[in-house]
Design a protein around this ligand. Structure first.
Ligand code: NAG
Ligand code: NAG
Ligand code: NAG
Ligand code: NAG
Ligand code: NAG
Ligand code: NAG
Ligand code: NAG
Ligand code: NAG
Length: 631
């Protein structure tokens, strides 16, 4: 009896779940489990998420930098153990080589990387040949200034960083998050520059170089962080989102006056929200950057959270940042009071006047906030708990402007969201894990469309170009997946295929065949027909797979129709007691944006002899229904 109660209550909860979710939160059109799409997985040693995933060369070859080793995986043979190579620290003294890798930055030269390790007291950086049999951290002339400058600085794992190389030297920009001293952007190299003293708690989620402006002197570094709100207003947000920038040419102030401290730093609040509903998002979780050919068009996708368990994505351009930094007043000051303060990058920051340095030291925050591009609201906002964002804007197969966003959820699932100029569309939800998992990173290999997902214990390769799963032309077009299109015989990853990303209008399937019989408002012939014979008075249920979460499913027998309200995987039609009335054809039909088809067709017949092995016990009945609904 208790089992029955349990099953019944779990059934009710599962129904409630799907009802409440359907209200506010868009459902991805399709759900793909690890059984339906190509998922290859490899265990990660050490129970520690990789410091860095490197995709170099071959599409199926991945190098993961762990704390002490490099692991190279060949996903052509996922069962094979990875090639494990311990990193040798050439410079370390014999008894103290316990450095753990914290930074890996690929260099200009193929195979080479700047690698830093920390032993808790100091940081060792050097040059590593990633392809070498025994990768060795070796001092290099070009990196010498970084190596020297960073030695006494403790670099934390996972801090955003960028390496800038010129012909004869190199600079490393890296952030320092937390609430201790010197939180902010640090530069190591020919010049050592860092943040001034402040007592703010800041956590950095992204750092990017912005180059290619008219004058190289104006090249900048942008960083994105959330700052603990130190305001006393109890109703205020706990975290505030910021963008900050420094000039790459900045070498700090004059002797004893902001020496080795940024003189070009400016920061501004990011706004993500909807002014109409007064809904806003203030905790910056992650950023994804899409570099554009024109520097000002480079886009930053910010993933935000708020205290009402909602998440949102807002998009900004570098031009938006530059406009605020060029025109806004400094916070708490009149525009006139800072008029001598240059907002441009200057050739030699050590020549700035004491008066200017005083203004700079007083504040670097702007009064105005940066609003999303074109003053838009969030691209999406919902009740899913997203933890990471990755943006793919590569248009190498399809020549229309769109971005594919991958958003990881805190249960291990991943949403694939299509962003065109005017529409945001949730095309798929992938379940690479068959258990709850905490994703630590995602990265796409753009040309092979393989998404690499890491947790503490696994590295997973997910084929996100899963066109074959969509079916025929109409389904392929309704999917609105930019990685796929109809090639006249299959839903295929090739380019020059039929697709309509903006509206998913399946009537384009008509055109190539030039025959009206392909498309009609009448439902298409059924995909599957099943014949079932049941004893009289027996209970039974007919099931119909609900592949598209955006379609409406209906059971039909003659003129009687029953709409499916469930948002689960299957739509069930319960036959409480088999009788002559139920005999005949039952069809399950789907309709999505005007496209109708018969998904399943059952032919029910009445068995003449007495029932054998029918489902009579209510317990068995509930169990079966529960299993089907849950399954
Ligand atoms: C380095 O990593 C090992 C293995 O995870 C860990 O036990 C050790 O405490 C780490 N050492 C430092 C200095 O972080
Ligand atoms: C890196 O190592 C590979 C394999 O040993 C070697 O072929 C290559 O020349 C090395 N590259 C450099 C720059 O030393
Ligand atoms: C969302 O996920 C993050 C990371 O797993 C977790 O820290 C946070 O508590 C979650 N928030 C909610 C509302 O579940
Ligand atoms: C902003 O609006 C302009 C003009 O309407 C449009 O060309 C541009 O694509 C929009 N930018 C983004 C990122 O949507
Ligand atoms: C489509 O593919 C062909 C051959 O594979 C290639 O030459 C062409 O540039 C591609 N078109 C686009 C828009 O990528
Ligand atoms: C892509 O479209 C643009 C404008 O629609 C056109 O100028 C460009 O040549 C196209 N590129 C390719 C590779 O077809
Ligand atoms: C269409 O795509 C399928 C699967 O990708 C492929 O096997 C087939 O050769 C393609 N047909 C044409 C005409 O390109
Ligand atoms: C699809 O396109 C056809 C032909 O262009 C048009 O008549 C129809 O209204 C469109 N349907 C939708 C749902 O946009």
């Amino acid at each position: 009896m208790s089992l029955l109660l349990f099953l019944t209550s779990s059934l009710i909860f599962s129904c409630l779940d799907s009802l409440t979710e359907a209200h506010s939160t868009p459902l991805p059109r399709r759900v793909f489990t690890d059984k339906e799409i190509a998922v290859k997985r490899s265990p990660l040693p050490g129970n520690h998420a990789p410091v860095r995933i490197l995709l170099r060369g071959e599409p199926d070859s991945v190098t993961a930098a762990g704390q002490t080793h490099l692991y190279t995986y060949d996903f052509q043979q996922p069962r094979k153990a990875p090639v494990e190579r311990r990193l040798v620290w050439k410079e370390c003294t014999t008894e103290d080589c316990g450095y753990n890798i914290t930074v890996v930055q690929e260099r200009q030269e193929a195979d080479q990387a700047l690698v830093c390790g920390t032993n808790g007291r100091e940081t060792l950086c050097c040059d590593v040949n990633l392809s070498a049999q025994s990768p060795t951290c070796t001092p290099s002339n070009k990196l010498r200034a970084i190596e020297r400058g960073i030695r006494s600085f403790i670099v934390k794992e996972g801090e955003p960083a960028a390496l800038v190389e010129s012909a004869e030297s190199a600079d490393l920009y890296i952030t320092n998050s937390g609430s201790q001293e010197y939180v902010g952007i640090h530069k190591f190299g020919k010049n050592r520059v860092g943040p001034g003293m402040h007592n703010k708690e800041q956590h950095y989620v992204g750092l990017m170089l912005s180059r290619g402006r008219e004058a190289p002197l104006q090249d900048k570094v942008f960083a994105f962080y959330k700052e603990k709100n130190s305001g006393t207003d109890l109703r205020g947000d706990m975290w505030l989102p910021y963008v900050t920038r420094v000039c790459m040419a900045d070498i700090g102030g004059r002797k004893n006056n902001m020496q080795l401290t940024w003189t070009s730093q400016m920061s501004a609040r990011l706004f993500c929200g909807d002014p109409d509903t007064r809904q806003h998002f203030s905790e910056l979780v992650d950023v994804a950057i899409v570099q554009a050919d024109q520097w000002q068009d480079t886009r930053v996708y910010g993933l935000f959270r708020n205290e009402w368990h909602m998440t949102a994505v807002c998009v900004y351009t570098i031009e938006d940042f530059d406009n605020i930094f060029a025109t806004s007043a400094f916070k708490g000051q009149s525009k006139a009071s800072n008029k001598d303060r240059s907002r441009m990058c200057v050739e030699d920051s050590t020549t700035l006047s004491a008066e200017t340095l005083k203004m700079i030291a007083a504040t670097s925050e702007m009064e105005d906030w940066v609003k999303p591009v074109n003053k838009s609201g969030p691209l999406l906002s919902n009740h899913h708990n997203y933890t990471h964002i990755y943006a793919d804007s590569s248009q190498h197969k399809r020549n229309d402007s769109h971005t594919v966003l991958f958003l990881t959820l805190n249960n291990g699932a991943i949403h694939k969201v299509i962003q065109t100029e005017t529409h945001t569309f949730f095309t798929a939800e992938y379940h690479p894990f068959n258990h709850r998992a905490h994703v630590s990173s995602i990265i796409l290999h753009p040309s092979s469309r393989k998404l690499y997902v890491t947790t503490r214990s696994e590295l997973v390769q997910l084929d996100v170009e899963n066109c074959a799963q969509y079916g025929d032309c109409e389904e392929c077009v309704l999917a609105r997946d930019p990685y796929c299109g109809w090639n006249f015989t299959h839903c295929s990853p090739a380019n020059d295929t039929l697709q309509d990303l903006t509206t998913g209008n399946h009537t384009i399937c008509l055109v190539p065949l030039q025959t009206a019989s392909r498309y009609s408002t009448e439902a298409r012939a059924p995909e599957r027909v099943k014949h079932i014979t049941l004893p009289s008075n027996s209970k039974y249920f007919l099931s119909c797979p609900m592949l598209s979460k955006h379609a409406e499913y209906t059971w039909r027998q003659g003129k009687d129709t029953t709409l499916c309200r469930s948002k689960e995987q299957e739509c069930l039609l319960l036959i409480y007691s088999m009788s002559a009335e139920q005999v005949g054809t039952h069809t399950c039909e789907s309709e999505e944006l005007g496209f109708k088809k018969v998904v399943m067709q059952y032919e029910l017949q009445l068995e003449s002899r007495a029932a054998i092995g029918r489902l009579s016990s209510p317990l068995v009945w509930v169990c079966l229904v529960a299993a089907l609904i849950k399954g």
